[in-house]
Design a protein around this ligand. Structure first.
Ligand code: FAD
Ligand code: PYC
Length: 413
């Protein structure tokens, strides 16, 4: 180890400015209050300040910055959705991701690996073909591939025909990527602060204050704050916050578990998803295999993990990658997924004037952080529903105008 690095590590003095400014005093009023300092809330704050010149903003976080699903997700980024509305939306997100390191001046370790959704049945081949056609039509690089190609793309996969669920083909999406999730929250948070946004951790919103059908502020554990506009971006707590504001959401919250193995040398490049085996995995830059399965089969506000999950996951992963048999699982955790009936998010205006919502991200919202932040900022600043967000308006559920993305979810439900 270089001598200077050792000296720095042991020294009590730390040189250079702190990454975030010290938390300021809470003011009695802000132009915009954002509830939730996950990736989504922080990205919205950043784009409101950068693109719309609104910087009298407080982001209120009941825990710590980026400590919700942003910290718990498996970081898969892709645009290979099923509906034209979904594909157009996630395509814009992937375009923003590609520039984000430079823009936020932080190494997000954004790494395009290619994404394989394995098909083990004729029905799955049909869905893969359908997705490939919709994707290509909208300029997203996806194609249906068969075992010969899969063997070239991912030689580690067990392609034997004599297993329980032989691999018949796959949807291959070369832009599929992973990134460092914490850095996304840090990057958006720091850049928002540089533009005057305040982030208040350990500040829980306990009630939403309204008068005459519009929002006037929020009650927090640190007092009342008045606000011209309020955006809720609280993922698992979406229904609780909407209740406080006085409207209902078509959302159920279910646990989703994941785990990582001990680090290995780099051996797996692409991201692998198998719907029939209910598993997905990738190898992180640190060498750990990041793996997950289906959502738990009941609604629950809990982040406990289970032996069931680990056992089922291990058995299924070994069908795909028998070489992992002796690799220990190192950590296991759960997040809470806010699920809508059509597996698409809810974004935009609400029945309460000047109160906006960003919710229903279920198991798939990390990849949407940049586009959602950018478009929600537009929505809040202009009080209009941007075209790209129109399909995801809250009223679509009552209108039965669904954006059905179940076939494109990586996670079994
Ligand atoms: P969060 O990061 O959860 O932020 C919301 C914040 O609101 C939290 O910090 C919370 O503390 C705060 N909050 C809640 N209530 C209050 C209150 N009353 N007052 C103040 N603050 C409050 N998506 C993908 O695209 N790819 C994946 O590979 C992927 N894998 C996943 C794996 C797992 C195990 C899980 C659980 C999810 C996964 N997701 C994935 C989904 C993704 O994690 C989420 O959709 C995304 O992180 C949501 O971001 P967010 O900023 O909206 O929410
Ligand atoms: O949306 O790609 C995804 C995903 C993978 C695992 C969890 N979500």
């Amino acid at each position: 180890m270089p001598w200077n690095l050792l000296k720095y590590g042991l020294s009590r003095k730390r040189h250079g400015p702190a990454y975030f400014p010290p938390q300021p005093e809470l003011k009695p009023a802000y132009d915009v209050v954002i509830i939730g300092a996950g990736g989504h809330g922080l990205a919205a704050a950043y784009y409101l300040a950068r693109d719309w010149g609104i910087n009298n903003i407080a982001v209120l976080e009941k825990g710590y910055l980026g400590g919700g699903n942003t910290a718990r997700n498996t970081t898969i980024i892709r645009a290979n959705y099923l509906t034209p509305e979904g594909v157009a939306f996630y395509k814009e997100s992937v375009e923003l991701w590609r520039e984000l390191d430079r823009e936020l001046d932080i190494n997000l370790m954004y790494s395009e690996r290619g994404h394989l959704t394995l098909a083990h049945s004729d029905g799955a081949i049909r869905t893969a073909r359908w997705r490939a056609e919709v994707n290509k039509h909208l300029g997203v690089d996806s194609q249906l591939v068969f075992p010969d190609d899969i063997a070239r793309i991912c030689p580690q996969l067990n392609l034997s025909p004599s297993v329980r669920y032989p691999i018949l083909g796959a949807l291959y999406h070369p832009p599929g990527a992973i990134a460092r999730h914490d850095a996304v929250a840090w990057g958006y948070g720091r850049e928002a602060c540089r533009q005057g946004v305040e982030i208040h951790q350990l500040t829980e919103v306990e009630d939403v204050l309204t008068a005459g059908g519009h929002v006037t502020g929020v009650k927090t554990n640190r007092g009342v704050i008045h606000a011209g506009k309020v955006l809720q971006a609280v993922a698992a707590s979406s229904t609780l916050l909407a209740d406080m504001a006085g409207f209902r959401l078509p959302i159920q919250t279910v646990p989703l578990q994941a785990c990582v193995t001990e680090p290995l040398k780099p051996i797996l490049d692409p991201i692998i998803v198998s719907g029939s085996l209910h598993v997905y995995l990738s190898q992180s830059a640190r060498g750990e295999f990041v793996m997950g399965g289906s959502t738990d089969p009941y609604a629950l506000y809990s982040t406990r993990t289970s032996l069931d999950f680990k056992e089922g996951l291990a058995a299924h992963v070994l069908e795909l990658l028998p070489m992992l048999a002796e690799v220990p699982i190192m950590r296991e955790w759960a997040g809470m997924a806010d699920m809508t009936p059509d597996f698409s998010p809810v974004m935009g205006r609400t029945p309460v004037e000047n109160y906006y919502i960003d919710a229903g991200w279920g198991t798939w919202g990390f990849k949407a952080t940049p586009v959602c932040g950018k478009r929600m900022a537009e929505c809040v600043a202009s009080d209009t529903q941007p075209d790209l967000l129109h399909p995801f308006r809250l009223s679509r559920i009552d209108e039965l105008d669904f954006v059905g993305e179940r076939g494109a979810a990586s996670v079994g439900h």
